[in-house]
Design a protein around this ligand. Structure first.
Ligand code: ZN
Length: 132
């Protein structure tokens, strides 16, 4: 099963919790056991798994990435969004999560976040479910 989730971001840098949306795709697929691949087909966004309980964590991650990769710098890319491309590469474009008993096998504090680095934009997240 393959499904696309549409994400509308509101800020240049923003993490959006997609855990419930992705679990809905798993539910819809009827898959009890398998893997869930989450793929972001964009060059200035990404997807990560990290703490969803305390919003300070994703705020701290975003701030740390922005200190590491400033918006302005010695970049050659003329679009003015080199920082977003670099952050996308650091964070990565995909995640794979095990499905067990029909649920994403996430840790207690883990959530799946879409990571916007060049918003606001309309984005797409592809979810592929493979049962075993
Ligand atoms: Zn660019």
């Amino acid at each position: 099963m393959l499904k696309n989730i549409t994400v509308r971001t509101k800020s240049r840098n923003e993490f959006i919790d997609l855990t419930a949306d992705i679990q809905s795709v798993v539910d819809e697929s009827g898959t009890r056991s398998g893997i869930c691949c989450i793929y972001v087909p964009h060059t200035t966004a990404g997807v990560t798994v990290n703490e969803g309980a305390d919003p300070s964590v994703t705020r701290d991650i975003q701030h740390a990435l922005s200190r590491l990769v400033p918006h302005s710098g010695d970049y050659l890319h003329t679009e003015g969004n080199s920082d977003a491309h670099i952050k996308s590469t650091i964070v990565g474009s995909s995640q794979v999560i095990v499905i067990d008993a029909g649920k994403l096998l996430l840790g207690t504090w883990q959530s799946v976040f879409f990571c916007e680095f060049d918003g606001p934009r309309h984005r797409r997240v592809t979810v592929k479910i493979v049962g075993d």
